[in-house]
Design a protein around this ligand. Structure first.
Ligand code: FAD
Ligand code: SF4
Length: 282
């Protein structure tokens, strides 16, 4: 396998596609390549091609989670989502761009069962072990999106600038369908360059997890208030980060037998998050 380190975004894009993959911190991708779950004959290291650092409301996609967590300019929901993610070592290596694009933690997928997300016909988790899985958008694939950071950015109404377009973060994600099993809309030769993150008057991130540290979200709830408008987004509840239009949306959840408990957790955390941001609905 080859590793290349282009000096610019244009050169990185030219090196992508055709069996090559972008790598930033490598904390998600490298184990997947090592285990043969993701194939790549060339890794394109994007550390020189993608901006890093925080400039007011702009965040370079190559910024490490540890930098976001420490910067007081960053809205509280995003700082807390970073602080509660992974371990200090992983947060020092892992970038925000890579975090948004991390693969599912579903063990059927990681053990290479020929499941729906791998292009097959069946979701093995639905009939099998699915305690960590989804309560929304789970008709075909019941995986639960593992990114705390994406939920916080979704609640804040972040937009992304890529090498091709500018888009709301919500448009980066899609539910897998019969003709396309991808959960993002990013092209194979498209890079995320930076994020624009609007400030919030108040924001919060609450996370239920199996341990107090170094665990993916069973349910993560991000809330951000600007004036009277409150946005709530959830991690760990659907194959993609999930925006609620109101707390009432939880009543339309479609849990599996083993994930019904997540609805109760989500209700409690949404209520607490609304109170934390000073919403009258809290
Ligand atoms: C044990 C463990 C626990 C974790 N716990 C949590 C948790 O609790 N909460 C949470 O939110 N996350 C968690 N994570 C995920 C972790 O935060 C991510 O692995 C990390 O942020 C990924 O960033 P990276 O730079 O290492 O990405 P990489 O591994 O380098 O890349 C990940 C993906 O993003 C793509 N990519 C990277 N940068 C770009 C770019 N700029 N443009 C286009 N594509 C790009 C790569 O091609 C790859 O597909 C955990 C990870 C591990 C291993
Ligand atoms: S939840 Fe998704 S990734 Fe997991 S087995 Fe089902 S289809 Fe595959």
């Amino acid at each position: 396998m080859q590793l290349v380190r282009p000096e610019s975004a244009d050169d990185a894009v030219a090196a992508l596609g055709n069996g090559s993959r972008a790598v930033a911190g490598g904390t998600d991708l490298v184990p997947l390549v090592r285990d043969g779950i993701v194939e790549a004959d060339t890794l394109v290291h994007v550390s020189r091609a993608v901006p890093r650092g925080i400039d007011g409301t702009r965040i370079g996609a190559g910024t490490a989670l540890a930098e976001l967590e420490a910067d007081t300019q960053i809205p509280e929901t995003l700082r807390e989502a970073c602080r509660l993610a992974a371990s200090p070592q992983l947060r020092s290596m892992g970038t925000v761009g890579g975090n948004l694009l991390q693969a599912t933690r579903c063990w059927y997928w990681r053990l290479q069962y020929p499941c729906y997300l791998h292009g097959g016909d069946v979701c093995h988790a639905r009939a099998g072990v699915h305690r960590e899985h989804a309560i929304f958008g789970n008709e075909r694939c019941a995986s639960a999106h593992p990114s705390d950071v994406a939920a916080a950015l979704l609640a804040l109404g972040a937009t992304l600038r890529t090498t091709r377009r500018t888009l709301p973060l919500a448009d980066l994600y899609r539910l897998p369908s019969d003709d396309d099993r991808n959960v993002t809309t990013l092209a194979p030769d498209e890079l995320i360059l930076e994020l624009e993150v609007p400030p919030a008057d108040a924001s919060a991130y609450l996370k239920a997890m199996d341990r107090k540290r170094w665990a993916f979200p069973l349910v993560g709830v991000a809330a951000a208030r600007s004036g009277a408008e409150v946005r709530i987004a959830l991690a760990g509840v659907a194959p993609v980060p999930w925006l609620l239009t109101s707390g009432d949306d939880l009543e339309s959840a479609t849990p599996l037998p083993g994930t019904a408990y997540k609805v109760d957790i989500a209700r409690a955390l949404v209520s607490r998050a609304l109170t934390a941001v000073g919403s009258p609905a809290g």
